[in-house]
Every structure is written in C-alpha cells, then in structure tokens.
Design a protein. Structure first.
Length: 386
C-alpha cells in the first residue's frame, strides 16, 4: 500500500493498525508519500524509513496548498525518491499495489496518478487505486481537483475503488471526528476484502476460499468499483436468527440459520450504503465474501448469496467464498461491484467541476482586465519625461 498525501497516509496508517489488530496480514508493506512534513510526522504505523517527503526544494515541506497540478509536477520530479522506498518492498511476496489518496487535495490527487503510471510501467503486478471523494461542502476547488484527478487516476490504474465521503458524513459531526469515523469505515470494508484468502498455518480454512486471484479477476474489468458491507453480532445465545444453538438444544450452530444469515447479509451489503452509490445492475463483475467465526460460515449460504447477486447484477461473472476469522464476534458480508457505470455522484462531480472551471476562468478574465485598466490609468497619470 502507498498512501499519497494527507488522507492517503492516514488511511494506510489505519490499515496497518487494523492488520495488526485482526491478524489479517494483508498489508505486506506500506509507504507514505507527502509534500508536507507535519503530515508524515503524524503517522504512527508506517515505518519511518518508508515515509517519503517530496518537493522539498519547491515547497520546503509545507505542502502544495490544494494545487494538484503542482502535486503532479513534484511527483514527476521526485519519482526516484518514491521508487527508493518502493524498492524496499518484497515484490515477490505481493499480489498487487494499492495507491490510496484523497482526490480533493493537492498532493494525493495530483501525485497518485503519476505514481500509478510509473509502477505499471515497471512491474507486472496490477496497480489499483483507492480514491476518496470530497464532500459537497468542502468547497469548489476540492471538487474541481477531484474531477480532474478522477479522470486521470481511473485511466492510470487497473481499477479505481472509490469511497465517497459525502455519502458517509453525518450531520453535526466535527471535521476531525468525522474523518476518523469515515477512515474506520473505509478500513473495515476494504480490510475484509483484501484480507480474504490470507491464511496462515494453523488458521481455519474456509469451505470455499476467496483468494487473491479471484479478487484480481473481478477487478480486471478496469474502470470504477464500489464495495458494500453488512454485519451482525453472533454472541447471542438467547435464540433467534443469531442463535448459537440448534433447535434440539445442542451447542452447535443451526445450519439453516447460518445459511439465512449469510444470504441476508449479502443482500444488505449490496442494497445498503455502498462506498460509492450506484445502480448495482451496471456492474460488469462482482464478488462476495462472507467473514466471521468458521462455525457460522457455510458453503450453502455463500452459494445462495452468489446466485442472488447474479440475478441482481444480470452478470454471470459473480465469484464468492468465505473468510474464516477465529475469535470474531461478527459475521460480515462484503460485496465488491466492479466496473460500475451508472454512478450519479461522478456525473454530478463532472458537472460541478465544469461550472467551477468556468467561474475560475471568468474571475481570471476579470482580474486581468482590471489589472490592464489599472496599468493604463497609472500610465496616463505619469508626466512625460521629455
């Protein structure tokens, strides 16, 4: 994982913390890249030797001030410094690169596509992006940055996974606590997806394991992807859907309940709040992962969920499997929808960006005219020397 810019660095930092907390070991190595020294100093889990400060000769470690064109230029100029950190990554041990960036700021939105293009030229492993869209209330310049970056980032990566902040912001929430909660939601969803299939010796092995090749095949559509998530607590011995006991009172999980729970969670994940809201029948391919204590997972539930997803998306390319997590208190369903095309937020983003660019051009034109007039007035007031 490479966190580019402030938002990207924070999210990658949280991914590492999640990895350690859950024992997932999905993140083989992590790098953080930034033009602002203070942002790098705030990271707790990315190793210091993998923290790369770029653009020192131009911005002196103070960031690019939401100027994503400058962010792209600096990334181009200092790509060798970034490569130096990537060289520490055990390439033989990874399945893919993931570049994480906020798309509204300057460093990440400008630099992440530059890095993606560079990595794809050098390595054979797929290069994915995880782009975070800014909220509507964050200002026109951030929307314009996001629209520009979205087009470029989508073109340069093998697939762009998107999280829309606007769909997750809660009213009355402070900016700081809002971003912390949203980052937790991002890591929870993508952490299960990326962790699927990462099994160590002695771990429980699923009945129908999802491994990295199936995730890669699902993301092979290119374009844009979104993820859905739903979870239920399992520690409830009092009965009902989450009962740990069979109807005859024995201390085993009722297989019918387990099957119904998984199919229910798949439906909730796909039809609930996606990381990027879209029409799910526009997805070219999809994948579902059922995660939780091994005794609560079964092949029948996954298969029923997969068939339901086939019917909803109209696609036969639906993969599915389970990801046992010993000691977990939840059963979760994660649905990856890849190659989605009907995305209202992206269309709106483009419209707002066009309007913002027009306003910027109009203001610039007025400014140039006023400057010209001012210079002319000054010239008229000057007495001729001869």
């Amino acid at each position: 994982m490479v966190g580019f810019g402030q938002a990207g660095g924070k999210i990658v930092d949280k991914f590492i913390e999640y990895d350690r907390r859950t024992g997932s070991e999905a993140v083989r190595s992590a790098v953080a890249v930034n033009t602002a020294k203070a942002d790098l100093m705030g990271l707790e889990y990315v190793p210091e030797e993998n923290q790369v400060l770029i653009g020192q000769s131009r911005v002196k470690g103070h960031g690019v001030g939401a100027d994503n064109e400058l962010g792209a230029e600096i990334a181009e100029e200092d790509i060798d410094e970034i490569q130096g950190a990537v060289d520490n990554v055990p390439i033989h041990d990874i399945d893919a690169f993931l570049i994480v960036a906020g798309m509204g700021g300057g460093t990440g939105s400008g630099g992440a596509p530059v890095l993606a293009k560079y990595l794809k030229r050098i390595y054979t492993e797929p290069v994915y992006g995880l782009g975070i869209l800014p909220g509507r209330d964050e200002g026109g310049i951030y929307t314009l940055n996001a629209a520009r970056s979205f087009q470029t980032f989508t073109r340069e990566v093998d697939n762009l996974l998107v999280f829309d902040n606007d769909a997750w912001r809660e009213s009355g929430e402070s900016v700081g606590s809002g971003y912390d909660r949203i980052n937790e939601e991002i890591v929870k969803r993508f952490g299960i997806l990326f962790g699927a299939g990462e099994v160590e010796r002695g771990d429980a092995v699923g009945e129908s394991v999802v491994d990295s090749s199936e995730i890669i095949n699902t993301l092979d559509t290119g374009g844009v992807s979104t993820v859905g998530y739903a979870a239920e607590e399992v520690d409830n011995p009092s009965g009902g859907l989450l009962s740990r006991f069979k109807s005859d009172g024995t201390d085993e999980v009722d297989s019918t309940h387990a099957t119904n729970r998984i199919t229910s969670l798949v439906r909730k994940a796909a039809l609930g709040r996606l990381t990027l809201p879209c029409e799910i029948d526009s997805a070219e391919r999809s994948l579902l992962v059922a995660s939780g204590p091994p005794e609560y997972l079964n092949r029948k539930g996954v298969e029923k969920g997969r068939k339901w997803l086939e019917n909803q998306t109209g696609s036969m390319e639906v993969r599915g499997g389970d990801y046992p997590v010993g000691g977990s208190q939840q059963v979760a369903g994660v649905v990856l929808l890849s190659g989605v095309s009907e995305v209202p937020r992206v269309e709106e983003l483009q419209d707002v960006a066009i309007e913002t660019q027009d306003n910027i051009d109009e203001i610039r034109q007025e400014s140039e005219e006023k400057t010209t007039d001012l210079i002319k007035d000054d010239e008229d007031e000057l007495d001729p020397l001869f």
